[in-house]
Design a protein. Structure first.
Length: 161
């Protein structure tokens, strides 16, 4: 009887561990690569993303493309209310190798439940990458559904000062 109990307990522990790994994935390093759907090469200094193509959805006032940045980086701009979820959206700063330098979120500065433009601000603290001086600031549309057809982002090339 005791042997059955111990075997059952061991199997339960293994199943719980597998669920934990699948849900929280603790083995991914903190400085992991950003989502591969973002093409860092398209946001280089030579070929910046056409920011005008997103002007009807999101406008970044600061920093401007190819501008020198330092920590703490203060961002400001405006985005359609549909870009937000619960008054915020995620932002990432990556180096030219696609490694995450900083992550955070931008906050709406006024009522976000609208289709009009809503001002936002954010602050990112980071350590300047030692090997490269080019990076990309990525402002992602918050997509709580997780459905890829609702994904959108703005990439802004920056220079680390």
């Amino acid at each position: 009887m005791r042997k059955v109990f111990l075997t059952s307990f061991f199997i339960l522990v293994v199943i719980l561990f597998i669920f934990y790994v699948l849900l929280f994935n603790p083995f991914v390093p903190k400085k992991a690569r950003i989502n591969k759907s973002v093409n860092i090469e398209n946001a280089t200094m030579e070929q910046p993303q056409d920011m005008n193509s997103k002007n009807n959805l999101i406008v970044l006032d600061y920093p401007q493309p190819n501008q020198d940045i330092a920590s703490p980086l203060q961002l400001s701009g405006r985005a359609r209310g549909t870009w937000f979820f619960e008054a915020s959206f995620p932002i990432s700063l990556v180096d030219s190798d696609g490694m995450i330098v900083a992550q955070g979120h931008a906050d709406a500065l006024s009522e976000w439940m609208t289709e009009d433009f809503v001002p936002f601000s954010a602050s990112l603290e980071f350590i300047k990458p030692s090997s490269k001086n080019k990076g990309v600031l990525i402002l992602r549309k918050d997509n709580p559904s997780g459905l890829s057809e609702y994904d959108d982002f703005l990439e802004v090339p920056v220079l680390f000062k």
